[in-house]
Design a protein around this ligand. Structure first.
Ligand code: RTP
Ligand code: MG
Length: 141
């Protein structure tokens, strides 16, 4: 295991439910540290660029529409095994399939409004963190 960084987005549904703090408490409780954070309302162009890898998928338009439907809370997280640890805390993409006690099981409503995003691999984590945070805004240790 090694210290990694990952990108987390608290999506518009969870921001609207006023559970930013409860979600961050789960990250902190699992040993993940917030090393950068910003709240923002993504433009359509931002969301399309961020999710470009999914641009050919049938759910792309719904995903972009949802991600720009309200503000999001974006963080870089750091800790041992951060990428997989965050994915485990999030639970399955579809909250109906997410294990009890995961963020999506507890806070998400549907596969679209599924509360959180988390990077899925070291390369995507690096690119996604760079997308939102210039190095000067990252406060490690
Ligand atoms: P995320 O990227 O948001 O952390 O979620 P994920 O890895 O679990 O899911 P991914 O396959 O990367 O899909 C990105 C987001 O697209 C929406 N989605 N909808 N209707 C569908 O079949 C479908 N599949 C995916 C979800 O909101 C998912 O989080
Ligand atoms: Mg994904």
């Amino acid at each position: 295991m090694s210290v990694e960084r990952t990108l987390s987005i608290i999506k518009p549904d969870a921001v609207a439910k006023n559970v930013i703090g409860q979600i961050i408490a789960r990250f902190e409780g699992a040993g993940l540290k917030v090393i950068a954070a910003r709240m923002m309302h993504l433009s359509r162009a931002d969301a399309e660029r961020f999710y470009a890898v999914h641009s050919a998928r049938p759910f792309f338009k719904d995903l972009v529409d949802f991600m720009i439907s309200g503000p999001v809370f974006v963080q870089a997280l750091e800790g041992e095994n951060a990428i997989q640890k965050n994915r485990d805390l999030m639970g399955a993409t579809d909250p109906k399939k997410a294990e009890k006690g995961t963020i999506r099981a507890d806070f998400a409503d549907s596969i679209d409004a599924n509360a959180v995003h988390g990077s899925d691999a070291p390369e995507t984590a690096k690119a996604e963190i760079a997308f939102f945070f210039p190095e000067i805004n990252i406060h490690s240790r």
